[in-house]
Write a protein that binds this ligand. Structure first.
Ligand code: CA
Length: 233
């Protein structure tokens, strides 16, 4: 089936160029001209991926991204941010809000298409794994993307969920920040700022997991591992 891409951008020329090239690559497209329309269309049309411009009228791309990730109907839709800003700080904010990738204008169409395909490929691989994992007081449903602690649902962002699942699947092995960035965010050569993204997400994940936070263990100077609960806990 053709994948549908939601283009969120207010500049007509860029929209036209994106539409033309994405259709040529076999994608279906739909357009939102401002942040509010983006939220409505994302929920109603369930696109496979969102290309999100940062500079938008009404709500900016950061606001849109964080609203999408907070809404359980749209939280798992991958997002690639488009922006004229090349500042490192913007990139970090975008990734921390849960964007999957980031591309700076002006970009080449070939590069953008390659990134879109990479993000979609990662998503498809993830969808294949639908199983329920039980670890002590923690239940992780990989198909429904739901987490429970002591049978009570816990709301995680898409990235927090991936982080938790990746740690559990490593079966107690220590995972470095670089490895996690590569696997979850798709960055193979991370800067120091980017590796901090992992810590930020771990911190918020632990907060949400409350009494199950003890399963995520920090290994100083290296990374994190999942501590298998003993039979009794
Ligand atoms: Ca714009």
């Amino acid at each position: 089936m053709q994948k549908k891409i939601l283009i969120v951008e207010d500049e007509k020329d860029i929209v036209k160029m994106l539409e033309y090239n994405l259709k040529k690559e076999g994608f279906r497209t739909t357009i939102a001209w401002d942040g509010q329309e983006a939220l409505t269309k994302a929920e109603r049309e369930k696109p496979d991926l969102i290309l999100l411009d940062l500079m938008l009228p009404e709500k900016d791309g950061f606001e849109v991204c964080s609203s999408l990730k907070k809404n359980s109907y749209t939280a798992t839709i991958p997002i690639i941010m488009l922006t004229a800003k090349s500042q490192e700080a913007d990139k970090i904010v975008g990734l921390e809000l849960g964007a999957d990738d980031y591309i700076t204008k002006p970009f080449s169409v070939r590069e953008l298409i390659a990134r879109i395909k990479a993000v979609l490929r990662r998503r498809t691989e993830k969808e294949k794994e639908s199983e329920v994992i039980q670890k002590g007081i923690l239940t992780v449903d990989c198909g429904k993307i739901q987490v429970e602690v002591n049978q009570k649902p816990v709301e995680l962002t898409a990235k927090e969920f991936e982080l938790l699942k990746t740690l559990i699947k490593a079966k107690g092995r220590v995972l470095s920040r670089d490895y996690l960035l590569d696997t979850i965010w798709g960055y193979d050569r991370a800067s120091e700022i980017e590796t901090r993204t992992v810590d930020v997400h771990i911190r918020s994940l632990r907060k949400k997991l409350k009494s199950a936070a003890k399963y995520i263990v920090t290994v100083k100077q290296y990374g994190y591992r999942f501590e298998e609960p003993s039979e009794k806990s």
